[in-house]
Design a protein around this ligand. Structure first.
Ligand code: PMP
Length: 437
């Protein structure tokens, strides 16, 4: 096992021999060696509460998930060209969580790969070329998905919007084009799809599809306003395109009231992509679609994926679904998530800097501003808080286009004790001189 004495060497080797565009959290990086439940342990034995990791969905190294993987790894691992019950059992158990219209699964290994496949499906559907995506959306790291990820192509090192992508405004009711409790906000934001659909038509091209995260994550935990997806989907379908819900961040019960984030909008997508929590850290992801979409995609070219849907990954995926069910974790996301929200709202009453508290279940965010009227982003303050929280034993992430959103998306086994620790520590940090002078 490594010790603290090895941290420097690991860092140096990493700097020289690993990809140069990798980032690392914190100026003094953490050297984490173990995880359990919502906690991580560093090389010195120090414990940190993890409010960041929505991949370790049912808890870091959950024993039942670990055992399921170990057991199957000792028996057989192959690909999908043989019959194996794990793949069909996982497919059935996954589909049982979904509306009946969605009945075909393709297993892959990452969220990026899932979205890559979803884009291919959308383009195969009618042979259309153009994708519509949302400002500050993120869908993964492959070439085609970067091309629909404004978070990347509009950010540092990006080349701007590519030719076959059309971007619609971020549906942010806190600082976007339409704000506040306007009941029409959803349809006003969706109306921007008309413009881009017209633009595509004028260029003699057609809409292949629309991809949207069910809650924008890199965009800063932006909940879609009511009616947004319903109207957007109607417009996209009328133009001959397919509607893709990216559930990579929010799926699998995290939002509490529902198993899938798109259900918050009362829609049924044509394609749903999922990843991160699906294998609780093991690389497992999927594309679920309507049967007619799968038929159209099967145009003669085989879809083969070496690792996707292997018996080990599927055993792990089944264990994750079982733990969510048997430990009541979706209900926990609902109830303990509401308790967390209550705590955050109380802090907002006491601290001017908390401009907005948003997000359902265990997918929340607080947006920090210098003035509630001007909404001047408190980016340096946000970084300060995240660093101080780390010193006090709590890991938090910051995001959003203005770097002023603290995101809270922990393993969904997070309990009231953890919420109390988080709220009390935030309360303490929010009183510090740096923030009050
Ligand atoms: N979609 C969303 C919404 C994501 O947040 C991410 C990853 N952060 C991806 C897709 C890509 O997933 P992966 O990193 O597993 O390729």
């Amino acid at each position: 096992a490594t010790t603290a004495a090895d941290s420097g060497e690991i860092r140096r080797t990493r700097d020289v021999h690993l990809g140069k565009s990798l980032s690392i959290s914190y100026d003094a990086p953490l050297h984490i060696v173990r995880g359990f439940g919502p906690y991580l342990y560093d090389v010195n034995g120090r414990r940190y509460l993890d409010t960041v990791n929505n991949v370790a969905h049912v808890g870091h190294e959950h024993p039942r998930v670990v055992r399921a993987g170990q057991r199957q790894m000792g028996i057989l691992n192959t690909n999908t060209r043989y019959l194996h019950e794990n793949i069909t059992a996982l497919a059935k158990e996954l589909l049982a969580t979904m509306p009946p219209e969605l009945s075909v699964v393709h297993f892959v290994n990452s969220g990026s790969e899932a979205n890559e496949l979803a884009l291919r499906m959308a383009r195969t559907w009618r042979g259309h070329t153009d994708m519509i995506a949302v400002e500050v959306g993120y869908h993964g790291n492959t070439g085609a998905v970067i091309d629909v990820s404004s978070y990347k192509f509009d950010g540092r090192g990006g080349q701007g919007v590519p030719p076959n992508t059309q971007i619609v405004p971020i549906p942010d009711t806190y600082r976007g084009l339409y704000r506040g409790n306007d009941p029409q906000a959803g349809s006003k934001y969706a109306a921007h799809l008309d413009e881009v659909i017209d633009r595509i038509g004028q260029a003699d091209r057609a809409v292949a599809g629309f991809i949207c995260e069910s809650i924008l994550s890199c965009g800063g935990q932006i909940e879609l306003p009511a009616g947004y997806l319903r109207e957007a989907y109607r417009k996209v379908r009328a133009a001959g395109g397919l509607c893709i819900a990216d559930e990579v961040q929010v799926g699998f019960g995290r939002v509490g009231s529902h198993f899938w984030g798109f259900e918050l909008q009362g829609v049924v997508p044509d394609i749903v992509t999922m990843g991160k929590p699906m294998g609780n850290g093991h690389p497992l992801a999927a594309v679920v679609c309507r049967p007619e979409v799968a038929e159209a995609f099967a145009n003669g070219m085989e879809y083969f994926n070496t690792f996707g849907g292997n018996p080990v990954s599927c055993a792990i995926g089944r264990a994750v679904l079982q733990v969510i069910r048997e430990e009541g974790l979706q209900e926990n996301a609902l109830n303990t998530g509401a308790y967390l929200r209550q705590g955050l709202l109380e802090l907002q009453n006491r601290y001017e800097i908390i401009g907005d508290v948003r997000g359902p279940g265990f997918f929340q965010g607080i947006e920090l501003v210098r003035h509630r009227e001007t909404l001047t982003p408190a980016a340096a303050e946000t970084t300060y808080i995240a660093n101080r929280m780390r010193q006090l034993g709590i890991l938090m992430s910051t995001d959003g286009p203005l770097h002023n959103v603290l995101k809270i998306k922990p393993p969904i086994c997070f309990g009231r004790r953890e919420v109390d620790f988080l709220i009390d520590t935030l309360d303490q940090v929010l009183q510090e001189d740096y923030l009050t002078t």
